[in-house]
Ligand binder design. Structure first.
Ligand code: NAD
Length: 316
């Protein structure tokens, strides 16, 4: 009764950790197809997979931006069967939009959003036919709440989340599950790549206030946020394992409890001003953060009810 799992973007980070974690499952519950755009980047995965390679893990080529590559990969699977699809491949982009080209922005949408849609177009029809399947997306807390200078990245994750919310009702009719995994910062190459790209941005196209905000507030705090709040790819793999083995998996799952007060603000205020005011204060008026924290606490009551229901599901 082994479940077939297909994961995208497995040459590094969360995808790699997850593929290996599932392949090494003691009960051998998963057959993992760990896919990557460029097979020449498979060394780290091969090494981490060890003896599972050729047994519970196989590496395949799949570029989420190329329909032919997706089709070829799915065609190569026994009976084209995928029980659990994990859409993980993604890329980041930070900086003022004045300094980004539309092509750069399109690449983010094409990978993070359309990449997922292309996968589904290939895999969803068979899941529906079998009335069985779990669609899992490595989204982000930025799929719930936008963050300063992550405009395009947040938009791409919002796109994924809106898409999944729409699809979820239809999926339910076919007994399919959809789950959005929403990590906060995770210490991977992603974070490093995004930071290095950020340092290279030509800020001459932005006004002085914006350029200063990006360099002296955003970039200056970037490393510290990852160092103090960041999770490891292995943490995210454990959370994902929990979600895919639940009988009734939740639609959304945040992996970092330090972030839940922040995302809770979103749901607490239908006007949408509370998270924006709070972020403004966090960034520009540190002394007012204390009051903002009080607001957090009031809202935590709501959050604890929610996590309680998740704990209940876990213990079932
Ligand atoms: P990462 O850069 O190590 O992994 C991303 C992977 O996607 C890479 O292996 C990359 O080669 C692959 N990829 C990019 N374009 C592709 C394409 N066209 N086809 C196939 N693969 C492609 O970073 P990560 O942190 O492991 O990111 C994995 C996912 O987690 C992403 O969707 C990212 O948005 C999300 N995420 C990351 C963080 C973080 O802080 N690192 C936080 C929340 C969510």
């Amino acid at each position: 009764n082994q479940k077939v799992v297909l994961i995208t973007g497995c040459s590094s980070g969360i995808g790699l950790a997850l593929a290996v974690r599932l392949a090494k499952d003691e009960k051998k519950r998963f057959m993992v197809y760990a896919t990557m755009r460029n097979l020449r980047k498979g060394e780290a995965l091969v090494e981490a997979a060890g003896r599972t390679l050729g047994r519970t893990l196989e590496i395949k080529q799949l570029d989420v931006c190329d329909e032919n590559s997706i089709k070829a990969c799915v065609d190569s699977l026994p009976e084209r069967r995928v029980d659990i699809l994990i859409s993980n491949a993604g890329m980041g982009l930070i900086g003022p939009i004045e300094c980004q080209s539309i092509d750069e922005m399109k690449a983010v949408m094409d990978t993070n959003f359309f990449g997922f849609v292309r996968l589904l177009k290939e895999i969803l029809p068979e899941m529906k036919r079998r009335k069985q399947g779990h669609i899992v997306v490595i989204s982000s807390v930025m799929g719930i709440q936008g963050i300063l200078f992550n405009d395009i990245y947040a938009a791409s994750k919002f796109a994924v989340e809106g898409f999944c919310e729409s699809l979820a009702v239809q999926a339910m009719r076919f007994k399919l599950n959809i789950s959005l995994i929403e990590p906060g910062p995770v210490i991977t190459e992603f974070e490093q790549k995004v930071y290095e790209e950020g340092l290279k941005i030509d800020l001459s196209k932005a006004d002085k206030v914006t350029a200063d905000m990006f360099t002296n507030i955003y970039l200056k705090n970037y490393k510290q946020i990852f160092e103090s709040l960041g999770q490891t790819p292995d943490d995210i793999a454990e959370h994902t394992l929990l979600i895919i083995t639940m009988e009734n998996p939740p639609f959304r799952h945040q992996t970092n409890t330090l972030y839940t007060p922040m995302t809770t603000l979103k749901y607490a205020d239908p006007n949408g001003d509370l998270p924006i005011d709070t972020f403004y204060k966090v960034v520009f008026e540190h002394d007012k953060v204390f009051n903002a924290s009080l607001n957090f606490l009031k809202l935590l009551r709501w959050r604890s009810r929610k996590s309680f229901s998740l704990e209940k599901d876990k213990s079932n």
